[in-house]
Design a protein around this ligand. Structure first.
Ligand code: MN
Length: 501
């Protein structure tokens, strides 16, 4: 109901006769009526909804998937549902745009109803004439029966949603995930304004924010099914990186070798998964010193390090987020290795801090000590600044000139997962089994950094792995991807020799 409006060209309007409409509606085989098996994720999604229901008894909760966004005129961007919607329904990449999950309050909990646009019959105008939603144009959608059987949810036509929203307007507390669908949020605001003594708009929006925050927090610890999806995403990402390694010699000498590398990863992401979980960073040479270099317009030169930060998102929308910094020739130079090993040592320190009972921010603190110590040893900090002084969180921080980013973030369906949480629950939150996060320190010496030794200039290194917090420590989920300088060199040699992995 709330996809962007498209601009349709008037010169494409073709009149259709009754005869034509009858003709195109006829002569098709009957649709398949076989029962649809219940998806494995359905039970997990039901458990998540039950937990949400217990937290907000008696309230109507509205979790939209969001709609299509126009790219230009009558073409849209690829659709991706809002994560809260996907997590609570079990739907992934094949979510229908404009779908909405409603948890409708009942005396003993909530009834979950999925509102969506089901497959239109063949005798509808939509079937052949609607280039945005019609089966002839974009393929079939599921029927209400199909989704009901697959997900174990009640389903209704999206057109009946406004009636449900208007039902006992004012008498029931309603919360909506605002970030997903602005139009629907406005509609909810209108119905809330009809209450006899409506809460202030600020109070209502705070209530909405509380729902979004709670949903972020619920996703902090992953269940076993989610960990399995993450393993798939990481395995596919591993294959994508090997395709890059195999393709690096061809990328050298191309005008925009970084784009070539991006394309190789994208091929694997699209084939083995749903696509990339975020824009791929392919940063050769000095470009590695731009933390989020996604223009990827540069060449890949012999002798460069190429920093690739990339992740495959699988069909369930879980994504990996891995960085490897690879010597294009297959061998690190001495100075490249020196910087690489400092970053690796910082990563090891960060990884060692990943265990239950530690705080999330302890990971960054541990990695930071190594980064600061190396920069101090190399004489890069201002004259007279001690290690203790630079590590002082209030007054210090000189070392941050060479690593301006944090070391970790939560990872899951969103690459920056659980983003709505407050500082006390994220940075200061305790690590718990089931959490998945990145550990990704770096060191960045820009080509024009006059405070860096000349030999360091133009070298940027980041190493990033995806880690599961376990009962007694952690498991590095991406441990199969080589990480030490020696192992990276051996990896490149092995892939290039054509040896099977
Ligand atoms: Mn990351």
């Amino acid at each position: 109901m709330t996809s962007d409006e498209q601009v349709k060209a008037s010169h494409r309007n073709t009149p259709t006769s009754d005869e034509f409409r009858a003709f195109i509606a006829s002569g098709w085989a009957s649709p398949d009526a076989a029962p649809v098996p219940r998806a494995e994720v359905a039970d997990h999604a039901a458990r998540r909804r039950a937990a949400l229901s217990r937290r907000f008894p008696g309230e109507r909760l509205i979790i939209p998937a969001g709609g299509l966004k126009v790219r230009s005129n009558d073409t849209d961007y690829t659709f991706r549902p809002h994560t809260a919607f996907a997590w609570l329904t079990g739907l992934g990449f094949d979510t229908e745009p404009d779908s909405v999950l409603v948890l409708d309050p009942k005396p003993d909990g909530h009834e979950a109803i999925l509102f969506f646009r089901p497959l239109a019959p063949r005798d509808s105008e939509e079937f052949f004439a609607d280039s945005r939603f019609g089966e002839f144009w974009v393929g079939p959608r599921p029927t209400m029966r199909e989704l009901e059987q697959r997900l174990g949810l009640g389903t209704r036509h999206i057109d009946s949603l406004p009636d449900v929203l208007a039902k006992d307007a004012g008498a029931t507390v309603v919360r909506v995930v605002r970030g997903a669908d602005g139009e629907l949020a406005r509609l909810v605001d209108e119905t809330r304004a009809q209450a006899e003594t409506p809460a202030s708009v600020t109070q209502q929006h705070e209530a909405d924010e509380e729902l979004a925050r709670h949903l972020s927090g619920m996703r902090l610890c992953k269940d076993e099914w989610e960990v399995g999806e993450m393993r798939k995403a990481i395995a596919a990402t591993h294959r994508g990186f090997e395709a890059i390694i195999a393709g690096l010699p061809e990328a050298v000498g191309k005008e925009r070798g970084e784009r070539w590398v991006e394309g190789l990863f994208g091929l694997y992401a699209r084939h083995d998964g749903n696509g990339i979980g975020y824009e791929t960073i392919c940063a050769s040479g000095d470009h590695a010193n731009t933390i989020h270099w996604t223009k990827n317009t540069g060449p890949v030169r012999e002798g460069d390090l190429i920093l690739v930060d990339a992740g495959v998102e699988v069909d369930s929308l879980y994504t990996a987020d891995i960085t490897r910094t690879l010597p294009v020739t297959g061998r690190f130079t001495d100075v490249q290795r020196k910087i690489y090993e400092a970053v690796l040592e910082a990563q090891e320190a960060g990884l060692a801090a990943v265990r239950p009972g530690n705080k999330f921010s302890d990971i960054h603190a541990a990695a930071n000590v190594v980064i600061a110590r190396r920069l101090h040893e190399w004489g890069l900090l201002p004259q007279g600044v001690t290690l203790e002084q630079t590590l002082d969180r209030e007054q210090g921080g000189w070392h941050r000139r060479w690593m301006v980013h944090g070391t970790s973030h939560h990872l899951g369906m969103d690459v920056h997962d659980c983003q709505m949480l407050l500082r006390q629950d994220y940075m200061d939150g305790e690590l718990k089994p089931g959490m998945i996060l990145t550990v990704e320190p770096g060191l960045y010496f820009k080509a024009d950094d006059l405070l860096a030794p000349e030999a360091f200039r133009g070298i940027g290194v980041r190493i990033e792995d995806n880690v599961l917090v376990t009962e007694d420590g952690h498991e590095n989920l991406s441990a199969a991807m080589p990480r030490t300088a020696d192992d990276v060199e051996a990896w490149i040699a092995r892939v290039r020799s054509g040896a099977a992995v």
